[in-house]
Write a protein of this length. Sequence first.
Lengths: 104, 161
Amino acid sequence: MHDDRVFKALADPSRRHLLDRLFERDGRTLTELTEELEMTRFGVMKHLQVLENAGLVVSRKVGRLKLHYLNPVPIRQIHDRWIDKYTARHASALADLKAELEGG
Amino acid sequence: MEVQTMTTPTQAKPTQVYQVFINAPAQRIWDAITKPEFTRRYFHGTSVESDFKAGSPYRSYLSGDRGLAVEGDVLESHPPRRLVHTWVARYDPELAAEQPSRVTWEIDERGGGMCLLTVVHDQLEDAPKTAQSVSGEGWMYVLSGLKTLLETGEPLPALEQ
């Protein structure tokens, strides 16, 4: 359910680029992010909204500023759910093969 | 083809924000943060000890009488919505020598029994080693454990050191 939003958010190169910029340094305003990207303010705002809805970006009011932070938890959850599972299976398949070869 | 650039910040961030949905009411999440019988099961075996009133000390202890894990002061306490306390890691002398940082817990009910838990660990500018120690696996392991415990009743397996 929530995974869909994360995958959709990550399916766009501009949004991945935006995440990479936030990974380098977050706690930034829309204006700061717009200055760094070759994108209109509206474009950045729209992409930030998709990332926020997916939980990948969290915005916080600090005084009069709205700062954007990267939230690493959803990517971690995708990792736990999708990557760990298959790499574990891969590792155990290799272990099975090894046991079979050594046993045979 | 898009050019992929891997970028790694050289230093852990001085403000770190973590957010996770938890399928539990706010009061249960508050209890899990403030009661030692819960923290022992997801917070690296540590037991929290505080009356959670503004101005009171916040302490957590390592398992097996191995002393203090974290020490701080409660700055704000609004059960079951918001808790702010300072943070000095005592389990490691290098971390203990750094300046106190600040941890803010926000529990926001989102309907359908779900809450959004936000943890902000900030004021880490003068505590770079502490910042490093809580980044990456740090808070994520604790928050995943908290979520798993509340949603399934089971703790996560212990981290391999």
